[in-house]
Write a protein of this length. Structure first.
Length: 712
């Protein structure tokens, strides 16, 4: 063996032992026999040329060896990129048509292809352009999903050029606007045939437009560059990009219905979960219910993820509240503090005790909350993100009895099957053996992880004849995240707070996680319509409003402190007030108890303005006149606040409870007015009043905590 091969063998041995493999001598002998049989000049040829028929573990070791020795410059000239060389945790980018066919053959030779994969790129100029763009985006840390989706979109562009041009698009200087139209029509045909979704239809055109725009912006279409001579007409405009697929706010979402959650959290279901996935699986699912994190964020939690932040309550007292300290890699946020409840904190403590009993000698700062079982002697390596679905959720759902959902659907929550027939199930077993578990809490007997399905209780069905079977396929890891977001939305958590807690860059991403049904808004408006007052504090509706009136009120123009009925301003979305937002003196203005926090905050700002006027203006007469005008406005807002409070005090206890619930619903839907009014009138309400039922202590703590740096 050459000295270079000896160094490679020693590096392989180091990688195997560092990975925690217990059968290193046996696997190392396999590698030595393969080297002796094929005598490669470089050990990496054993994996690249599929020599020696090495087993999976050795393939992994040689892949790590390849990544260790391969530079980015060497990888960039290949037609298949291993993204580990670029610092990613895994994944590949396949560029050319020939490389894609070979990889598809290697990847699926032992299993059928579920669907036709996206085509590869055949034009040399497009391959180089795609590699240039991918290299730059990989250096910026663009997500693997976005990279692969963009390469797939460029593959569709390549396929379109092959079909629509006589030269198959090999000469980029001959391209024109006609080729862009052909590509857009090609994507539309794929969507019409059902080959791609409506969301993919948008993203594929949008991604190609982004690549062409970026390459021109970087100067690659200038003279002497690889895309020199590319016509300016070969570009995708905003009119070419199809509209995004919009989801109705009243249709079913992906959150798990509450009656299904109760069945999943029953003691019997938790027992089945422990038999199927062990104590770690139980703790993972219970923690997922309480925090709503992404699957990867949950499994990579550190052992020391539980902390306490000091929170100042409304009465001035200081309390210690538990928080979950975790990273959000997708949002590029580290050490985010998520307020949690004591029940969730207790689950973390139980898991910490279990992990500490398994790894008593490892420093806690290096431990993971959910350590991997294999190749992890010190507990410093976390579980794979797929563990939650493949080894916890799926075995649990397989062994659970049928789940039932109510016959009435709630927007925002997943729906049950339309078939209301009797489920066909087996009789329950009369005897159950005791289940043994190993040190990790995993079940050691595969037969014991399954229990027979029991029949649906006839008394329960007789009590509610509209019960239907709930499909278990609608229960998956991200469904718990949707459920967590929907519950917060139902409780009235402000959207900007929910957006930060979920680690989203844009509010539109948060909106996809919850629904607020129109009928609930109408009901809330009808309950609060009798409490609406004019700018003089007089009631508008003394009698209950009709359904048609509620629909009109629900669609009314929302302004900072109430509603505006002025036709021109309403038509302009609140941007054309003829009297410069002097709402307290306008006969078109009305408000109700849902705006009490905004009314309090605006009165506070007016008082501050009056004090500033008296201190800063040089002319005493002008200052007194301005302060007097501000005083009149302060008195008007104080009168509006008093009228709103009196309208609440006039309600009975039951009516007050219903009204507070309606306030939560309307405030949770009132999240867009800040974007429609002048910046000096935008009020981010943080003042505590007795009419803030939508703020739980955890949310209040989150709102008072300094910003954590989520990327906007």
């Amino acid at each position: 063996m050459t000295p270079y091969q000896c160094v490679q063998l020693l590096l392989c041995l180091q990688l195997m032992t560092a990975g925690g493999r217990s059968n290193v001598p046996y696997q190392f002998r396999q590698l030595l026999k393969a080297v002796e049989r094929h005598r490669p000049e470089d050990l990496r040829e054993l994996r690249q040329n599929d020599l020696g028929r090495l087993n999976g573990p050795m393939q992994i070791i040689l892949r790590k060896l390849d990544n260790t020795q391969t530079t980015i410059a060497e990888e960039s000239i290949k037609d298949i990129w291993d993204l580990r060389v670029f610092g990613y945790s895994g994944g590949y980018l396949v560029f050319t048509e020939a490389a894609k066919r070979q990889r598809d053959k290697d990847e699926y030779r032992k299993r059928p292809v579920p669907s036709a994969p996206p085509p590869g790129i055949s034009q040399l100029w497009l391959v180089k352009a795609t590699k240039t763009w991918s290299m730059r985006m990989a250096s910026r840390g663009l997500s693997i999903g976005t990279l692969t989706a963009t390469v797939a979109a460029l593959g569709e562009l390549s396929a379109s050029l092959r079909c629509s041009r006589p030269d198959e698009g090999e000469d980029h200087t001959q391209l024109s606007r006609r080729d862009i139209d052909a590509f857009v029509a090609h994507i539309r045909c794929l969507a019409d045939r059902g080959a791609i979704t409506l969301g993919s239809k948008f993203h594929r055109v949008h991604n190609v437009a982004r690549v062409l725009r970026d390459l021109r912006h970087w100067g690659h279409a200038d003279g002497g560059e690889q895309l020199a001579g590319l016509p300016a007409s070969f570009a995708i405009t905003s009119d070419d990009v199809p509209p995004r697929e919009e989801t109705s706010r009243d249709e079913a979402g992906q959150a798990i219905p509450q009656n299904v959650i109760k069945q999943l959290r029953s003691p019997e279901s938790i027992r089945v979960l422990q038999e199927a996935a062990g104590l770690q699986g139980v703790h993972a699912i219970e923690l997922y219910w309480g925090v709503g994190r992404r699957p990867r964020e949950l499994v990579i939690l550190d052992y020391e993820c539980l902390a306490y932040d000091e929170v100042v309550e409304a009465d001035g007292s200081r309390l210690q509240r538990p928080v979950l300290v975790h990273d959000m890699p997708k949002a590029r946020v580290r050490k985010y503090h998520l307020p949690i409840g004591e029940d969730t904190a207790n689950i973390i403590r139980e898991q910490q005790r279990l992990v500490r009993s398994l790894f008593p000698d490892t420093p806690t700062i290096k431990l993971k909350l959910f350590p991997a079982i294999f190749m992890n002697p010190d507990g410093t390596k976390s579980r794979d993100p797929q563990w939650l679905a493949a080894h916890v959720l799926n075995p649990w759902l397989t062994n659970l009895p049928p789940l039932l959902a109510a016959g009435t659907d709630e927007p925002g929550y997943a729906t049950a099957d339309p078939d209301d027939g009797e489920p066909i199930v087996d009789e329950p077993d009369e005897e159950h053996e005791e289940h043994e578990t190993d040190d990790y809490g995993e079940s050691t007997t595969e037969a014991n992880t399954r229990i027979s399905l029991r029949k649906v209780d006839e008394r329960e069905r007789a009590k509610n004849p509209h019960l239907r079977l709930f499909p278990k396929a609608k229960i998956y890891p991200y469904a718990f995240r949707h459920t967590w977001a929907q519950l917060h939305a139902d409780e009235g958590t402000p959207r900007e707070v929910l957006q930060e807690m979920m680690g989203h860059r844009s509010p539109s991403a948060t909106d996809t996680y919850f629904r607020m049904p129109m009928r609930r808004r109408h009901d809330a408006v009808r309950k609060l319509a009798r409490l609406q007052i004019t700018h003089r504090g007089a009631r508008i509706h003394e009698s209950p409003v009709t359904e048609s009136q509620a629909q009109v009120l629900a669609l009314g123009q929302i302004i900072p402190h109430g509603y505006c009925a002025e036709p021109a301003n309403k038509k302009a979305g609140g941007d054309a007030c003829p009297i410069n937002y002097a709402c307290s003196s306008c006969r078109y203005f009305s408000t109700d108890a849902t705006f009490l926090p905004e009314l309090y905050e605006h009165r506070k700002r007016l008082i501050q303005q009056r004090e500033n006027v008296l201190m800063m203006m040089d002319d005493p007469e002008e200052a007194a006149e301005t302060a007097m005008e501000l005083g009149r406005r302060i008195a008007k807002y104080a009168g509006l606040i008093e009228s709103c409070l009196q309208s609440l005090d006039s309600l009975s206890n039951d009516e007050r409870i219903q009204t507070l619930e309606a306030i939560k619903i309307l405030r949770s839907t009132r999240t867009e007015y800040n974007a429609r009014i002048p910046s000096h009138l935008r009020g981010v309400v943080r003042e505590e009043t007795d009419i803030t039922p939508y703020m739980t202590p955890a949310i209040r703590a989150e709102m008072n905590r300094p910003s954590s740096g989520v990327i906007e």
